[in-house]
Design a protein around this ligand. Structure first.
Ligand code: SF4
Ligand code: SF4
Length: 370
């Protein structure tokens, strides 16, 4: 073993130090949080995220063999920015979504919830802490970053030449939508109001909506140019099922493109079938066994609710497959027919069983106990 003298050692250290000092300093790149980072810090393993995506693959019509690569790509991607705008709405859609969140972030095993919380929600009037000019700045900053998902709930009112029904910070709804849609990668219309006009588009006494409400797609089309061709996904429902909203966003995060849509722009994976097709009362429908009044013997035996105005046979939604409230049930299980909430014009649409225009056959006053 060779012995190194103190002098040699000092010379060697001095030389290494000078080499280090001559090295170029590394660029200080800003840290960009990825989806993988966020899930890891939330205690969600890569394995459980993969398992969740594999479970969705059949519904999303993605070959299982492709899923691992898509998941890896998604985990390495920066968090997807979301700008959330609200127009003529009741906040029920956002309520549906946040009600499935845990009270304390991430203390849940539902990955839909974690994913939604793990999105970078850069602007939402209802959920964000800043207000006033700070909030306006947040929206402008998010729009400047580009390629965000623009989520919109609520129908768009006619701006009546600039003095319309929706004014925020001196701008009409149409102006706000146009500015926010400019740099959006995709527009997701959440709820039947944003998708088709919904309640605000219901006919008033003169046969017209008092606010001239139109869907977000119709508003974008009215702008023309690239706005008219902007990719729009309608996630209808009054409100939509939280997992349907989440599944649509997850599909975009994984694929950077929209899922296959039906003729009115709804993801076929969730709206491909009517609620009637999977309803457990369908056997009674096929045997002509119907409830005729909410308190009759047929109601007690669980007969079909078609004659009570159920619109299940013409309503496309995932209520009977995904169910509601973390998969615990759906309206027909609770004894009430489908109102057709995910279809265009549902407020004004006539029940197919002939009870006239409106929601459902009302309860007879005599059936209500004192
Ligand atoms: S209750 Fe409605 S959805 Fe269910 S079988 Fe009858 S008509 Fe169809
Ligand atoms: S059952 Fe019909 S009305 Fe009820 S949530 Fe589903 S689609 Fe809407």
């Amino acid at each position: 073993m060779s012995i190194v003298s103190k002098k040699e050692l000092r010379t060697s250290i001095a030389s290494r130090l000078s080499q280090h000092l001559e090295l170029e300093t590394l660029d200080e790149k800003p840290y960009i949080e990825t989806l993988g980072d966020r899930l890891a810090s939330s205690g969600v393993s890569r394995r459980s995220f993969m398992k969740y995506c594999m479970g969705l693959s059949a519904m999303m019509a993605i070959p299982v063999s492709l899923m691992p690569k898509l998941v890896e790509a998604a985990l390495l991607s920066p968090l997807t920015s979301v700008v959330y705008l609200s127009f003529q709405e009741c906040t029920g859609c956002l309520e549906s979504l946040v009600n499935v969140f845990p009270n304390t972030q991430f203390k849940t095993d539902s990955i839909e919830n974690i994913l939604l919380t793990a999105l970078s929600l850069d602007y939402s009037e209802t959920l964000m802490a800043p207000s006033g000019t700070q909030a306006e700045k947040s929206r402008a900053d998010a729009i400047a970053k580009k390629n965000y998902i623009l989520v919109v709930d609520g129908a768009m009112p006619d701006d009546k030449g600039g003095a319309g029904f929706f004014i925020q910070s001196g701008k009409t709804g149409l102006q706000l939508l146009k500015a926010a849609a400019t740099n959006a990668a995709v527009v997701v219309s959440v709820g039947t109001c944003a998708s088709f006009g919904g309640l605000p588009a219901a006919k008033g006494p003169n046969g017209k909506s008092p606010t001239g409400a139109i869907s977000i797609k119709a508003a974008l089309t009215s702008f023309g140019g690239t706005y008219a061709t902007k990719k729009v996904i309608n996630v209808s429902g009054c409100p939509p099922i939280a997992e349907v909203i989440a599944g649509t966003l997850v599909y975009w995060i994984l694929n950077k493109k929209a899922p296959e849509l039906d003729s009115i722009l709804r993801p076929k994976m969730f709206y491909g079938e009517t609620v009637h097709e999977e309803c457990y009362r369908k056997e009674f429908f096929e045997h002509g066994q119907f409830v005729e009044s909410f308190d009759d013997a047929g109601a007690r035996r669980g007969f079909c609710l078609f004659n009570m105005g159920c619109k299940g046979p013409i309503t496309h939604n995932a209520c009977t497959t995904l169910k509601w409230n973390q998969g615990t049930g759906f309206p027909m299980e609770a004894g009430h027919g489908c109102l057709g909430c995910s279809e265009p014009g549902f407020w004004d649409k006539e029940a197919i069983s002939g009870q006239g225009v409106g929601f459902y056959k009302p309860l007879d006053i005599n059936t209500i106990d004192d």
